[in-house]
Ligand binder design. Structure first.
Ligand SMILES: C[S@@+](CC[C@H](N)C(=O)[O-])C[C@H]1O[C@@H](n2cnc3c(N)ncnc32)[C@H](O)[C@@H]1O
Length: 291
């Protein structure tokens, strides 16, 4: 039984990093007219109330998106993401937060396709209500790791994968690596975005390296962005920050994050040791061809 509910965490520092990257990737995909498919393997509920008891329990958004939404000095990539969060709150303020399916709804064009996977019955129900019946959209109440393989390669040969598990089960760390490897075997050009928690568990600490190794083995470029905002708690638990690994990143992403990460590390810091890191690797074979 899945216990994780993203409603308790929506709009936190991890969402800020992940969704800033996602928005940049989807904007980049839209620079070409040809349609693409977005496969969101762990979709969550779609949209979230930030006023609901779940969101207010630990008020995670107060230390995430709420620190950004009223600022007018945001770096371009962060400003673009915040613009979408503001658009999701047409009445003003910050009562609602768009999860990845709602970000997709705002950015996908009529020629683009959306595939959502979610296992939690309540979140699935929410997705079904808000997304089923929309053109070119499928909502699957199935395992996103195995569902991904069935979606690749996408018919238009342009595709983005968002893999954002809750890592509730330790097996998720291994499943992520296995399904990213398989995805690259089926469709080496996929732009793959994987969110990784920064926690003390060894499997979590090793995951970015395992993912970049998978990209190297397929001779694909990659980018790894880390944002650390708080120390682990006394028991060594807690989400100190998170990483996003992007395989086949848009060529504009590195510069965008070089500007955004120092800003976010400062704006979202919960202690003096807040920091960021940005690594990027472009294999020789793809140097000549800019995505
Ligand atoms: C971190 S949340 C997703 C948040 C969402 N991607 C966003 O950015 O707004 C992870 C979700 O994955 C769901 N989940 C867990 N295991 C899954 C699986 N094997 N396949 C599909 N969904 C799963 C959980 O129920 C949870 O809603």
């Amino acid at each position: 039984m899945l216990a994780y509910r993203h409603a308790f965490h929506a709009g936190n520092h991890a969402d800020v990093l992940k969704h800033t990257v996602l928005v940049h990737v989807l904007d980049h995909m839209a620079k070409k007219d040809k349609g693409y498919t977005l496969i969101d393997t762990h979709a969550g509920a779609g949209g979230y109330s930030l006023l609901a008891p779940e969101a207010r329990k630990n008020a995670e958004a107060d230390r995430g998106i709420a620190r950004l939404v009223a600022r007018d000095d945001l770096p371009a990539a962060v400003a673009r993401y915040v613009e979408l969060v503001r658009a999701f709150n047409p009445e003003g303020g910050l009562g609602r937060y768009p999860g990845s399916p709602e970000i997709a709804r705002m950015l996908l064009r009529p020629q683009d396709h959306l595939r959502l996977y979610e296992l939690h019955p309540a979140d699935l129900q929410n997705l079904a209500v808000h997304h089923a019946g929309r053109a070119h959209t499928e909502v699957h109440g199935e395992d996103g790791f195995s569902g991904l393989a069935m979606q690749l390669p996408p018919p238009s040969r342009r595709g983005v994968v968002l893999m954002d598990p809750a890592y509730e089960m330790k097996a998720d760390y291994t499943l992520v690596v296995g399904s990213v490897r398989e995805a690259l075997q089926r469709f080496a050009e996929a732009v793959v975005v994987v969110w990784v928690p920064q926690v003390t568990l060894l499997a979590a600490q090793q995951l970015p390296k395992r993912l970049t190794n998978a990209a190297n083995a397929s001779q694909r470029g990659w980018l790894h962005a880390r944002l650390t905002v708080q120390p682990p708690d006394r028991q060594g638990f807690g989400l100190a920050g998170s990483s996003v690994v992007v395989i086949n990143p848009p060529w504009t992403l590195q510069a965008a994050l070089k500007q955004s990460l120092p800003f976010l590390a400062k704006a979202l810091a919960q202690y003096d040791g807040a920091s960021y890191a940005l690594e990027h690797h472009e294999p020789k074979a793809t140097n000549a061809k800019r995505r």
